[in-house]
Ligand binder design. Structure first.
Ligand code: MG
Length: 357
């Protein structure tokens, strides 16, 4: 009770007291990228068309892409729509899309005036046999700059490329290094492409990356990490914000959601970081360690009076010293053990997170 209360004071909502007890045993912390390490507010920063600039086609293409993306709730889709509007596309013209379809982890498509518009990842374009050679060097350069890229294809031909950037939270690198100093392995799990994921991982100091993981594979990756190590039973925490993270949050030994994330993620998690500041994970683990240490001390206080008193009451010292235990002392010890436990538990109120403020 004191531990969960202390958590709340530090912006950590602990829904399940058992998870507070489990957190001190964690060995691996898996973090989602978008919305967890990053702010989750992507913006389009680069846009090029295959046919070159100074072309009315450029705006027309953007308008069609935005019209299709408007049907999606993906954060990247919103970024495309906002960018199109900022470039002068009229919001009212973002209509007339038929046969809209979102391909999980790949992209979106729709038909406008009989033309098939597809917006999505390099991998998807490869699957669709769409040639993406023309802007390949730009794509790689953007991805090395930690940007997510999306192709715009019309009728099976790549016509444009967008670079989408999502700023890192300014506390992410600090939180990762604090976790590593505590001896935990930090792993990134993302649906984004390998290059972008690695660029972000490098910026925050994460050495192990699972990229291009589809939402339905995220929980399996957690299972894989849990079965690693000598005992095949590593304690793994998952930190995520999205609907697609929910199965992984449930699979993890401790699921940690971001308070600014989706309701589904929060519901699937054991612990919620209200502000979204990842340093809360460090605090949660420290709090767990402090709570477990306190529980162990309390077990000592709960038993020591009995361990000492019962044998004396039973007469173990009687043959030597002629000592027995007066029931008044026994009654006093009973009460005193409770007082000791409660007083010691309340000491947890002095808990202060270390090294992360
Ligand atoms: Mg996310």
């Amino acid at each position: 009770m004191v531990g969960t209360g202390k958590g709340a004071e530090n912006g950590i909502l602990i829904k399940d007291a058992e998870s507070l007890e489990r957190a001190h045993k964690l060995e691996v912390v898996v973090v989602d990228k978008t919305g967890t390490l990053t702010e989750g507010k992507p913006t389009v920063t680069d846009y090029l068309t295959v046919r070159g600039t100074a072309n009315s086609n450029e705006i027309k293409l953007l308008q069609m892409a935005a019209a299709v993306e408007r049907n999606s709730e993906h954060p990247l889709a919103e970024a495309v729509v906002n960018y199109a509007i900022s470039q002068g596309v009229d919001r009212k013209k973002l209509t007339g899309v038929q046969d809209f379809d979102a391909v999980t982890g790949r992209g979106v498509q729709g038909v406008i005036d009989g033309h098939l518009i597809q917006i999505g990842t390099e991998r998807w374009m490869q699957d669709l046999d769409i040639d993406t050679q023309s802007l390949q060097s730009q794509r790689q350069a953007w991805e090395q700059a930690a940007k997510t890229t999306a192709w715009v294809a019309i009728d099976g031909k790549a016509e444009g490329l967008m670079g989408i950037s999502d700023a890192l939270k300014n506390t992410s690198a600090q939180a990762v290094s604090a976790l590593q100093k505590m001896g935990l392995e930090v792993v990134m799990l993302t649906g984004d492409n390998q290059q972008t994921a690695e660029a972000i991982a490098q910026a925050v100091g994460i050495h192990r990356v699972f990229a291009e993981v589809r939402p339905d594979q995220k929980a399996a990756k957690i299972k894989q990490l849990q079965s690693e190590g000598p005992n095949k039973n590593r304690q793994v925490a998952m930190v995520g914000d999205g609907i697609n993270d929910a199965p992984a949050l449930a699979q993890a030994d401790v699921g940690i959601s971001i308070g600014t994330g989706t309701d589904v993620a929060i519901a699937a998690s054991d612990i919620t970081l209200i502000s979204g500041d990842l340093k809360g994970i460090v605090t949660a683990i420290q709090l767990s360690k402090a709570t477990i240490a306190n529980i162990r001390q309390n077990l000592f206080f709960a038993f020591i009076y009995n361990v000492a008193g019962i044998p004396i009451a039973a007469g173990i010292l009687y043959p030597i010293f002629g000592w027995l235990l007066n029931p008044i002392i026994a009654g006093g010890a009973m009460a005193f053990s409770s007082v000791s436990v409660v007083t010691n538990a309340l000491r947890l109120r002095n808990f202060q997170p270390k090294g992360v403020r």
